[in-house]
Design a protein around this ligand. Sequence first.
Ligand code: SF4
Length: 323
Amino acid sequence: MPLLELENVTKHFPVFGGVFRRMVGKVHAVTEVSFSLEKGETLGLVGESGSGKSTLGRSILRLSDPISGSIRFEGKDLVSMGARELKHTRQHMQMIFQDPFSSVDPRMTVGSIVEEPLRIHGIGNNETRREKAAELLEKVGIQPESIRQYPHEFSGGQRQRIGIARAIALKPKLIIADEPVSALDVSIQSQILNLLKEIREEMNLACIFIAHNMAVVKHISDRIAVMYAGRIVELGESESVCQDPRHPYTKALISSIPVPRPGKKNKKQILQGDVPSPLNPPRGCAFHLRCPHVEEICKREIPPLNENKVHPEKPHWVACHLQ
Ligand code: SF4
């Protein structure tokens, strides 16, 4: 049984307007997303901002309830779960944010922040929680003596390390990392990615790694799902998606990855136009307004996510009428 299974998960936000605040439209943030994740596996979720990846991450943890579809964690449906059972199950699913301290009280010390999940779930006493916090900080490369300091005393990379210590405090089985390195300098990014990789391997953690940068996602993922306008348009093993992308949007993302060999460059494909408004997505394939290969059918029909059999030994799915 997979650790996590999503089936046709859809999240639309209503938009209200007029004198009577009636619903006048909806934002199509995530539409009919399905995939599964095995124990210890990392799935990279990549796409431009506004593609629905963060909303999907929040929906999986039910920080934002999906309007339809099912999300099963170890076979249990999270969508229909009551508050008590959900709180218990959330011990096993944690989130790492771009700014790990955006949602915590800045007057809390680093020690209190790291031990807070243990406190919420009634694990240990003050003394054992403090010891655990010091141990976790050491594990992520922060001096355990920093326990009495405040988040503003640390650099961006150190703050992200502390965020990771907090996320692993309850020994979760799944981590959803939402753009965890996009606000960091490139040199610090690789340190944090390596730390995440080490921890993931040591704890056999499954991870959904959300980012807009294909180079970053490629570095850490076993499989990659490419999102565009709220839907998955390509899904497959990391190597297969990066070396033989089938969807025109994925091809454009891959072409933007710098090649680390002097004198060699990727032929960069510049996409024309903008991501369509999620308030009013175009008919047919949402990418058709920017696609260099658009045909009549693309303007009428949404392409389903079908298995692409070019490399039968490497499962790969693509949503494009021409594949
Ligand atoms: Fe381009 Fe058509 Fe494929 Fe969409 S379905 S990506 S518009 S070729």
